[in-house]
Design a protein around this ligand. Structure first.
Ligand code: NAP
Length: 460
């Protein structure tokens, strides 16, 4: 028995609890989604593209309700929750508009005969998603696979079950066929059984390295294709020629958006020494001006973390860093609240010998590093077992583009912090996982590239 509970991290109130599904519910869900896959195989993507447009409309219509539920369950600022819904509308519209074209057969030039490959659905996808963007993480898998014709079963994080139920309801009400997304409050053992079921043909997980390796192992055992979108320790490199205004604007939320609980948040701020003091000053300015409060209140700029457990885990990690030599440049004063507030902190002198050096700190913690020059900056950026995103702040765009290719990450933003859009691929290398979500690459994650070749002439 595993616990799915909605707990408001601002006041500790438990407002909903959910049971694991019984065998019958799981079987019925597999049956329904598989039957839909079989039906969809005979339908054109155009039909699903139209339905996906309706889903986008449904999300738009329910923006307030969806945003409010996410804020209640995991504490993000209501303004950011609304932005999340808007990004999801954009992602659905992107695939509704371009998915059909992307799924057209690909002609190949081969001396062996007239050939092409079809882009076909493969079957039901089991998606395992985290709480930090309760809607966006689901839509990143749902929207492309919907157009492809792969139905989705969802195992959402244990602390956002009400959002999961609402997402399922809104998608269903917008006219998506039954079985296209089914939310299940699975235990880990039940999840392993579902992954092993023959009707499941793909496994997508976004989450931690720990969760990723367990679920990837289950997928591997059952020989199911998987994509893993895991943690990050993203470098944010500030070069000597960084434009001060750009730098100030980017730093204004690069480490505090979603209370720093973003896989691609700028966690390691690597600064050439000529700009080090300026960066520390700007960050302190941002952190010290935050206003803690109810995340539903529009004047609040510092939200609680998603849970007391996450807050305590982060505090432990920060203390470990400090005990091993990291210095505190700034920490936000005590916050009088019952909420899961973590006091934003700026750490310096976090050396390679520090046991926390290669760990992801998932919350408002800025690690600031001073380096001699850009070579040292790149070497430090690459000295990580993660490889998700990165940023370079520089006035010389050509040079920044050259440097981007030196960084061992799946994504680099020049003169900005992390961004996302339906038309841009998202994903990492090393322990940040494998595979891509969004864009055409994400659409192809669970597609059968079915080769058809006509060799009639060579057999005459
Ligand atoms: P997590 O513990 O790995 O949870 C993610 C999902 O996997 C949840 O649904 C969770 O269920 C499930 N899960 C975890 N361990 C499992 C296991 N052993 N067997 C089966 N299912 C398991 O991740 P988190 O710590 O909540 O989320 C934060 C992490 O996600 C950070 O590391 C962050 O960087 C990463 N992330 C990555 C991306 C990306 O796109 N690369 C995006 C967002 C977040 P329960 O909740 O029931 O445990």
């Amino acid at each position: 028995m595993s616990k799915y509970e909605s707990i408001n991290p601002y006041n500790g109130e438990v407002f909903a609890t959910f049971e694991n599904p019984d065998k019958q519910k799981i079987e019925e869900s597999l049956r329904l989604s598989h039957a839909l896959y079989k039906k969809w195989r005979h339908e054109k993507p155009e039909t699903r593209a139209k339905q996906l447009h309706e889903v986008a409309q449904g999300l738009k219509e329910h923006e307030d309700e969806l945003a409010r539920m996410m804020t209640l369950e995991m504490g993000k600022l209501l303004k950011e929750a609304k932005e999340e819904v808007e990004i999801c509308v954009q992602i659905c519209e992107f695939y509704a508009k371009h998915g059909t074209e992307m799924l057209k057969p690909q002609k190949l030039n081969s001396a062996l005969g007239n050939s092409y490959y079809l882009k076909q659905a493969t079957g039901v996808i089991m998606a395992c998603e985290p709480w930090n963007f309760p809607l966006y993480q689901v839509i990143r898998v749902f929207a492309p696979n919907f157009v492809v014709g792969n139905p989705m079963l969802l195992k959402h994080a244990h602390n956002v079950p009400s959002s999961a139920a609402l997402i399922e309801k809104v998608i269903k009400r917008s006219g998506a066929p039954e079985g296209s997304l089914i939310n299940l409050y699975l235990s880990y053992d039940q999840l392993a059984d579902v992954i092993a079921d023959d009707r499941i043909q793909g496994v997508a997980l976004t989450g931690s390295e720990r969760g990723g390796s367990s679920v990837a192992a289950e997928a591997g055992k059952a020989l199911k294709k998987s994509t893993m979108e895991l943690g990050g320790n993203d470098p944010f490199i500030v070069l000597d020629d960084a434009d001060s205004e750009v730098l100030r604007n980017v730093l204004s939320d690069a480490r505090t958006y979603n209370d720093g609980q973003v896989c691609t948040s700028s966690k390691r701020i690597i600064v050439v020494k000529s700009r080090y003091d300026e960066v520390l000053h700007e960050l302190k300015n941002v952190f010290s001006n935050l206003k803690p409060g109810d995340p539903l209140d529009s004047s609040t700029t510092l939200s609680p973390m998603n849970s007391v457990g996450s807050k305590e885990k982060l505090e432990k990690l920060v203390n470990e860093a400090i005990d091993n030599g990291a210095e505190v440049f700034y920490q936000y004063p005590e916050i009088e609240s019952k909420g899961a507030f973590f006091r934003p902190i700026i750490l310096t002198h976090l050396g390679k010998e520090n046991p926390v050096f290669d760990k992801e700190m998932f919350g408002p913690v800025a690690e600031v590093y001073c380096v001699e020059d850009e070579d040292e900056a790149i070497a430090l950026a690459n000295d990580s077992s993660y490889g998700l995103g990165s940023s370079i702040i520089s006035s010389n765009i050509k040079h920044a583009q050259d440097l981007a290719s030196e960084i061992e990450t799946g994504m680099t933003v020049i003169n900005g912090r992390w961004i996302t859009s339906g038309d841009l691929p998202f994903g990492g290398v090393k322990k940040s996982g494998y595979g891509r979500e969004l864009s055409k690459l994400g659409l192809m994650a669970f597609v059968n590239e079915h080769l058809v070749i006509d060799v009639t002439d060579s057999n005459k």
